[in-house]
Design a protein around this ligand. Structure first.
Ligand code: ADP
Length: 171
């Protein structure tokens, strides 16, 4: 039976850290469904359609990946997609507590679905969508942090937004 894995996140926007996990997962599983959370409480910068499109562009070389918006219960979405595995990327220790809780809750709800953690690569340990948006807002160099088309989308997004107070925290 082909093995499907689900990789959920908000991907607002996709970073090189997410892309690294996707490319690695695509080698391990027959099929990887990337689940783009629709109801993020984080009031996303990019709409779900934009986030899906940016992911599609990144995943073009990977024919065994598919990108789907989702809301509701993750384990239900996993079952509907025939996925027995949920993939999570683990960065610095700060991710651990929350991810551990989520994995426990999902195990309780669906004992047949396993959460599998892939360690972030060393160069992406401190990379997050939030940091990328902050750098984009400040007009910094994004070339080592996100795929080129995502850097362009961020530039366009911030060019179209009214000026916000500049953060003091980053150069
Ligand atoms: P973020 O935390 O950047 O807002 P998401 O909610 O979209 O990202 O995260 C989706 C998944 O990707 C989570 O499992 C998260 O731990 C993982 N992830 C995020 N950034 C990285 C990274 N730099 N390296 C590895 N995994 C990551």
């Amino acid at each position: 039976m082909p093995e499907t894995a689900l990789y959920p996140g908000s991907f607002d926007p996709i970073t090189n850290g997410h892309a690294d996990i996707i490319f690695r997962a695509a080698k391990l599983f027959d099929r990887v469904v990337i689940a783009v959370g629709r109801n993020s409480q984080k009031s996303p910068l990019f709409s779900v359609e934009e986030r899906v499109q940016l992911l599609q562009e990144t995943c073009r070389p990977l024919p065994n990946t598919i990108i789907e918006p989702f809301d509701g219960m993750l384990v239900d979405f996993a079952r509907r997609n025939g996925a027995r595995v949920i993939i999570k990327g683990l960065r610095a220790v700060s991710d651990f507590e929350y991810e551990f809780q989520m994995a426990m809750a999902n195990k309780h709800l669906a004992p047949d679905v396993e959460t599998l953690f892939l360690m972030a690569s060393a160069e992406h340990l401190y990379l997050s969508s939030s940091i990328v948006k902050e750098i984009g807002r400040l007009g910094g160099d994004l070339s080592a942090l996100v795929p080129a088309h995502v850097a362009r989308a961020l530039q366009e997004k911030f060019a179209g937004l009214p000026d916000e107070p500049r953060s003091e925290r980053l150069p």
